[in-house]
Design a protein around this ligand. Structure first.
Ligand SMILES: [Zn+2]
Length: 259
């Protein structure tokens, strides 16, 4: 298994990161893709990705788009120039649109458009964070036509919206939300997803399933996500696991030495 989205660089993991990576190996989790969130986070993120040989994305999360966004985007460009030949750099992101935190909406749009352009130039996929903004995101993506498309991480939406993203070549990141009781719309959507259209992810340390005793989420819940997808699709866990693995390797073009 590979966790396609986990912030293992965050301070929540500082006290036991080494043990967590050991437990992941024991549980059959090869690695995790670590997304970038802001200039202030990149150096720690890059250090952790190097130490644990994790694939990573570089980008600016919509929560971190402020009046300094032009400066941040210039910094992102420099970082990408520096890391563009590092085989661990596998994506631009996470970037996106979040209407629950929309005070900076204009900066979010500017930031997203700029990062989509960078993804196109570097021929990298994008990791997208989309909250209550699927229509806006879809119309922006139709305009950009990215060569490698990307993933809608932590997807929460209907079958119809999922199909619109799939038509554009995107994959859907399915995470711990499907383990919660009150997510029937998403479960119904996951039941109908084609086998080549989804990735599995945890978004650790966030998105802890509501039935968990832990407050911090970790990649160790991946197996229960696979089991739930298998239940919903009425297929075997092995089949779901194999497809999820193939899909993440293909989307991020993961080299064997990274996994
Ligand atoms: Zn994230």
């Amino acid at each position: 298994m590979i966790d396609s989205h986990a912030h293992l660089d965050f301070a929540e993991f500082d006290s036991d990161r080494k043990q967590l990576f050991d437990s992941m190996k024991q549980a059959g989790i090869e690695t995790a893709v670590i997304p970038g969130v802001s200039p202030a986070h990149w150096d720690q993120q890059l250090a952790i990705a190097k130490e644990y040989v994790c694939p990573f994305g570089l980008g600016i999360h919509p929560w971190f788009c402020d009046e300094e966004i032009t400066v941040s985007l210039a910094e992102l460009k420099l970082k990408l120039e520096k890391y563009q030949f590092d085989p661990k750099l596998v994506a631009i992101g996470e970037c996106g649109l979040d209407k629950l935190r929309n005070k900076n909406w204009q900066a979010q749009i500017v930031s997203l458009e700029a990062q989509l352009t960078m993804a196109k130039q570097l021929e990298l996929p994008v990791i997208l964070h989309v909250v209550k903004a699927h229509n806006e995101m879809l119309s922006i993506l139709r305009k950009h036509a990215l060569p490698k498309a990307g993933v809608i991480h932590g997807f929460y939406g209907s079958v119809e919206i999922a199909n619109e993203y799939i038509k554009l070549g995107f994959k859907l990141g399915i995470g711990g939300l499907i383990l919660n009781h009150n997510t029937q719309k998403l479960k119904n959507c996951v039941a109908h997803l084609p086998l080549d259209s989804f990735l599995i992810e945890t978004d650790s340390p966030a998105m802890t399933p509501s039935n968990s005793a832990e407050t911090r989420n970790t990649p160790l819940i991946l197996q229960s996500i696979i089991v739930e997808i298998a239940n919903l699709q009425k297929k075997s866990s092995v089949l779901i696991s194999e497809h999820a693995f193939r899909n993440v390797v293909q989307l991020f073009d993961l080299k064997l030495k990274l996994i």
